[in-house]
Ligand binder design. Structure first.
Ligand SMILES: *[C@@H]1O[C@H](CO)[C@@H](O)[C@H](O)[C@H]1NC(C)=O
Ligand SMILES: *[C@@H]1O[C@H](CO)[C@@H](O)[C@H](O)[C@H]1NC(C)=O
Length: 818
């Protein structure tokens, strides 16, 4: 066993070295081929230099550590490779679209590095692993199956209710207008506005993420002029080049591809006036299709689009986030429906099939029904013996013989999707990096008109697993009937060893909407009620924070039983201080030491008093004698007034006990100690009692009742809570959801308003208004999702009816087939 492990460690190290060497050689080739490129204008560089056979590059896309969807920590520029850089804009193809009323605009563009003259463009490579036409998985055909209505049958509205509703709509629209104006004035054609510094940044390839993401919101709000401005600018986006050397596939698909398709659909689709939106979607999708050219057709999630890399064969990651892999389906499906191109559907249908296999495979996941956070999508079993024949180059009919040579040494035992990552048994939750894969099962079912039953089955298995293993009721003041979804870790990959984190994260707040939607479509009324409790959980988490806004992440106290859930302050305090027993023991220990110390001090004082008396007597006798001889030599008055004076003048007494000694432990110095053999007792600082510790934590950490801590105190303009509130309103027709949503809206706007537009804030446990609070960031989902859901909550319910539309995870609305 040990030998085997050592062998594995050796293999791993060797592998890392090979990957590094491969990178070095690749980069060298890249610089080289770029030179070639420059030298031969207009012709492709020789596509295949002569590299060593590339090893499977599993870790390539994940070098930067775990990626959490929707919290992009992405490089914003290519400083890394040093030898070359690209302009942030294609100067010829993207004119500087300064809007007429934005005086500061020009200044904001001047900040970037000086443009480099040559722009490299993506070119369509010959595929290594193409899918033959006859094996393409086609869109399901036929008449859509009837699906039970999702929306509540709303009746007529009272004039008073209508007035309130429209007033609120106008207020939401005004905030959206403000955010849009900030973007247009200070960050036009960039990915994101920096609302405090009034600058811009480009974390999403520099294709104007906020603009594309906001398109359908602008349209729905009736901001037609703004929409048309944006469409003109979208026309000029060049999706074949970016300053980033890899394209984050998931974020690009949900924000850009979803944004273009949603805007196309809401403006009337084929019957509308905005054909350019579909054309741009196709342009982008063609680039992205390159990411699927792998032996098992699982996509690489960080796609190195540059021609010199793009011509090389590649494999998907052995450490792929399940959300990133599983949340491409709706966008490619909608594109296939709109273009009639089955290849877009084939690309994502293969991922679904793999996920279905994984969901059903015995022992593949610690919680049957749901997936571990990280998946090995490489299709390559490295612990199995390499099969004798390498993968047949005959599968690449388009490839020329020297290119086929690259596949030598690519053989490995094939493998289905498996648990990924290294060294742990996987974690399971409905939160970040997992969420939208689950969200998409019922939504895909709706988008496909109910013609693909597997999405229903997969959703039902997920819902059952979540109910059985992850949902919990927290103990909270007032005993609200709410639910949250926990995160489970399995150290060894089995279901027996699950350990729970009782988390409440903003990303997970989508889950209420998912349960309610699935509950309606699949006639599972209990799930609608679970959706209600989950959504009320997030509403509660907003309401108990001093700012009125829920944090990114916090932890709670689970009830012992859902029906034994009385608020109990003592129990809450025990959770706030799980080390109460240890603390009590420390305190006991302290008291023993203190008693010893006090005894010691008492002994010492006794000795000192004796000595003092002796010295005093001696001194008086001496002084009397001296005074008789010569008068007034030393300062007797001073000596009598202060013992310190005495010590200094005669050096006989030990120093007195000072506060310092009490606090820092007593180290009495002096003749006295040296004469005894007893060690000096040491007195440490007094440990806090459980009560003192809890009181201190509550005061200094601003912890509201029921919470036990924060994993992230920020609010970064996220939509998930209001998203579920909107679903609950549209599904139940209960107007109290509008009231809950309105309170959330007022709190969010108050907390996030910045100089221009709105910004992420640092700490929701501090009441709104403090300047230190403002982070300098407005992600594109603020306009795409958060403000859209707030608006739709007060819009007439037949606008984007859930029986006609289905929204992707970035709130882009796709038309359901009828
Ligand atoms: C990989 O191959 C080994 C040995 O054949 C096998 O035991 C293991 O289950 C395989 N792993 C996966 C994930 O298929
Ligand atoms: C409250 O919690 C404490 C500590 O868990 C427990 O000892 C006590 O019995 C509880 N009180 C009630 C009323 O349940």
């Amino acid at each position: 066993m040990l030998r085997l492990r050592r062998y594995r460690v050796f293999l791993t190290c060797a592998f890392v070295v090979v990957v590094l060497l491969y990178h070095v050689s690749r980069n060298a080739q890249w610089s080289h081929s770029q030179e070639v490129w420059h030298g031969t204008t207009g012709s492709r560089p020789h596509p295949v230099p002569k590299p060593p056979p590339p090893p499977p590059p599993p870790a390539r896309q994940n070098g930067g550590g775990g990626h959490v969807p929707k919290i992009p920590q992405l490089k914003t520029s290519d400083g890394v490779k040093g030898s070359y850089s690209l302009p942030t804009r294609a100067p010829a193809s993207i004119p500087d679209r300064t809007p007429p009323h934005s005086p500061h605009d020009a200044g904001m563009h001047a900040g970037g590095p000086a443009p480099v003259p040559t722009v490299i463009h993506w070119t369509k490579p010959v595929e290594w692993f193409p899918v033959a036409d006859e094996s393409l998985i086609p869109l399901p055909t036929g008449k859509p199956k009837p699906i039970p209505p999702v929306q509540f049958a709303f009746g007529p509205e009272s004039p008073a209710a209508k007035e309130t509703r429209q007033l609120r709509m106008a207020k939401v629209r005004a905030e959206a207008q403000r955010a849009w104006d900030g973007y247009k004035t200070y960050a036009w054609t960039h990915d994101e506005l920096m609302p405090v510094s009034k600058g811009s940044k480009d974390p999403f390839c520099g294709w104007a993420a906020t603009m594309v993401d906001a398109l359908d919101t602008l349209w729905l709000m009736g901001l037609k002029t703004e929409f048309d401005d944006a469409v003109d600018a979208v026309r000029a986006i060049d999706f074949t080049t970016t300053p980033r050397d890899s394209i984050p596939v998931f974020e690009t698909v949900i924000r850009y591809l979803g944004g273009l398709l949603g805007a196309y659909d809401v403006t009337g689709g084929h019957g509308g006036q905005y054909r350019v939106l579909l054309d741009k979607a196709v342009e982008l999708a063609e680039v992205l299709m390159g990411a699927f050219d792998t032996p098992n057709r699982m996509p690489v999630l960080y796609y190195d689009w540059r021609p010199a890399s793009n011509v090389m064969p590649k494999r998907a990651s052995a450490n792929a986030g399940v959300a990133e892999l599983g949340s491409l389906s709706m966008e490619f499906t909608r594109l296939a429906q709109l273009t009639g191109e089955n290849k877009y559907y084939d690309a994502v249908a293969r991922i679904t099939d793999e996920l279905q296999d994984l969901q059903d495979r015995e022992g593949a996941t610690a919680i049957p029904g749901i997936f571990p956070e990280s998946l090995d999508a490489s299709g390559c079993n490295r612990s199995a013996p390499v099969p004798p024949a390498p993968e047949s180059p005959a599968t690449t009919p388009g490839a020329s013989p020297p290119e086929r040579g690259l596949l030598q040494g690519w053989g490995c035992a094939p493998q289905k999707l498996a648990r990924g990552g290294w060294g742990n048994g996987g974690s399971y939750s409905m939160g970040g990096s997992q969420d939208s894969t689950y969200e998409y099962f019922p939504k895909q079912f709706a988008l496909l008109g109910g013609l693909e039953a597997k999405y229903r089955t997969m959703h039902e298995k997920v819902a059952d697993a979540v109910k059985k293993h992850l949902l919990y009721r927290p103990m909270a003041e007032g005993d609200p009937d709410i639910l949250f979804s926990a995160k489970a870790h399995s150290p060894d990959g089995t279901g027996e060893s699950l350990r729970y984190e009782w988390e409440a994260t903003h990303l997970t707040c989508f889950l209420g909407g998912m349960f309610a939607l699935g509950g309606r479509m699949f006639d599972r009324p209990a799930d609608v009620e679970i959706g209600r409790k989950l959504t009320d959980g997030c509403v509660w988490a907003y309401s108990v924070m001093p700012s009125g806004v829920m944090p990114e992440g916090a932890t709670l106290v689970p009830c012992r039983q859902p029906d034994d859930c009385r608020w109990n302050e003592t129990a809450w305090h025990e959770h706030l201080d799980p080390n109460a027993d240890y603390r009590a023991k420390q305190l006991e220990d302290y008291y023993v030491r203190e008693a010893a110390w006090e005894q010691h001090v008492a002994d010492l004082e006794k000795t000192e008093v004796l000595r003092k008396q002796t010295e005093e007597r001696r001194r008086r006798e001496g002084l009397a004698g001296e005074a008789a001889e010569e008068e007034g030599i030393s300062g007797p008055e001073a000596a009598e007034d202060s013992p310190r004076g005495l010590t200094q003048s005669e050096g006989l007494l030990t120093p007195g006990l000072h506060e310092q000694d009490l606090a820092g432990g007593y180290h009495g110095a002096g003749d006295d100690q040296e004469q005894t053999d007893e060690p000096t007792p040491y007195l440490p600082a007094k440990p806090q009692t459980h009560e003192e510790y809890v009181a201190h934590r509550l005061a200094s950490d601003n912890i509201p009742p029921g919470f036990t801590g924060f994993t992230d105190r920020r609010y970064i303009l996220r939509p998930e809570a209001i998203e579920s509130v909107w679903y609950m309103y549209r599904i139940t027709g209960d107007a109290s959801w509008q009231e809950k949503g309105w309170r959330m809206f007022e709190a969010v706007v108050q907390a996030t308003r910045a100089g221009a537009a709105h910004t992420a804030i640092r700490d929701v446990t501090v009441a709104a208004g403090a300047a230190f609070q403002l982070e300098d960031s407005m992600e594109s989902f603020w306009l795409a999702e958060t403000l859209k859901y707030f608006y739709l909550l007060f819009e007439a319910p037949d606008v984007l009816s859930l029986d006609e539309w289905v929204l992707n995870t970035e709130a882009h609305a796709f038309r359901r087939p009828v």
